[in-house]
Design a protein around this ligand. Structure first.
Ligand SMILES: NC(=O)c1ccc[n+]([C@@H]2O[C@H](COP(=O)([O-])OP(=O)(O)OC[C@H]3O[C@@H](n4cnc5c(N)ncnc54)[C@H](OP(=O)(O)O)[C@@H]3O)[C@@H](O)[C@H]2O)c1
Length: 278
């Protein structure tokens, strides 16, 4: 299946959908990721803390595609934000993947109470300049954290991967990203573990267009200009999630999906201004 591209700052071009890989690990994880690549997924998410950089790297090495056709992501955990630690961790990620370099490396959480994320960002810049990683970005950064990176290092991330789904549409973050050329990746795009996919608004729109609830939600991500990274271990659901770029929802459909927004829409109350993950 053909996947369109999204353009960002610094010449970064990403496929408009990626594969989430949280809990895809071990040999079953390798097999699921190789299947996804066979269907057409070219952007793979991962993180040092998912303990699956080995599975992701093995899938990339064994899938039969040339290395440059795939964009592999990993993320720096909060316990390694100090410059030296961050540098070693990035090197360790590259070694665990068994690849020459990682295409996209993100700071996983800002952990603002610890307040070492600017130092971590400097380490990512240095790793990029040394060729360990090709592009650098962040995850779970609020616009205020991004502004601080811009002011203190002169460089904004290419990507910010944030919680995004119809229950939590993050309109202000999307506006900041759009204004500054930062690509928004949506984590838990299908609202993992919530009732989003059985919500009557979503189910009714799915029936109207003869598509699945997951496809309605993923078409909404495309509509708001975000890049979803749905995770599935099933080849059928991987295929379904990829087959979204010809869906034409109506303005009325999008207005109805807009009514699902909730003030407390975060799935697990992880507000990056206070929540910290190590
Ligand atoms: N940066 C961060 O802090 C952060 C936080 C959370 C997640 N992430 C990343 O974002 C990725 C995606 O988020 P997520 O895994 O939390 O949640 P998600 O992608 O919203 O939902 C995944 C769940 O939905 C099911 N599913 C997938 N496709 C489906 C379909 N078409 N119909 C019905 N159910 C479907 C999956 O089950 P099956 O596998 O059985 O299909 C799985 O239980 C993660 O894997 C990870 O890579 C990043």
């Amino acid at each position: 299946m053909d996947v369109p591209a999204i353009q960002g700052r610094s010449g970064l071009s990403l496929p408009a959908i990626g594969l989430g890989t949280y809990s895809l690990d071990g040999q079953a994880g390798v097999d699921a990721i190789v299947e996804a690549i066979g269907l057409g997924y070219r952007l793979l998410d991962s993180a040092f803390n998912y303990e699956n950089e080995g599975a992701v790297g093995a899938a990339v090495r064994h899938c039969g595609l040339a290395r440059q056709e795939l964009i592999v992501t990993s993320k720096l955990p909060g316990r390694h934000h100090r410059f030296g630690d961050a540098t070693t961790t990035i090197e360790e990620s590259v070694l665990r993947m068994g690849l020459e370099s990682i295409d996209l490396y993100l700071i996983h959480w800002p952990n603002p109470l610890e307040d070492h994320y600017v130092e971590a960002w400097s380490a990512l810049i240095e790793a990029r300049n040394r060729g360990m990683v090709r592009y650098i970005g962040v995850s779970n950064f609020l616009p205020a954290h991004l502004e601080r990176l811009r002011l203190e290092t002169g460089e904004l991330p290419s990507v910010n991967q944030i919680e995004l789904h119809p229950y939590f549409p993050q309109v202000d973050a999307l506006a900041y990203h759009r204004e500054h050329g930062v690509i928004t990746e949506s984590w838990s795009p299908l609202g993992r573990g919530s009732d989003l996919l059985v919500n009557p608004v979503i189910v009714t729109i799915a029936g109207e267009h003869q598509i699945t609830p997951a496809q309605v939600v993923l078409a909404w991500h495309v509509h708001v200009g975000a890049l979803p990274i749905p995770k599935s271990k099933s080849i059928e659901r991987q295929r379904e999630n990829l087959d979204i770029f010809d869906i034409e929802l109506t303005a009325e459909n999008f207005d109805l999906i807009g009514t699902l927004s909730r003030d407390d829409g975060r799935l697990a109350d992880q507000d990056p201004s206070v929540y910290q993950e190590f």
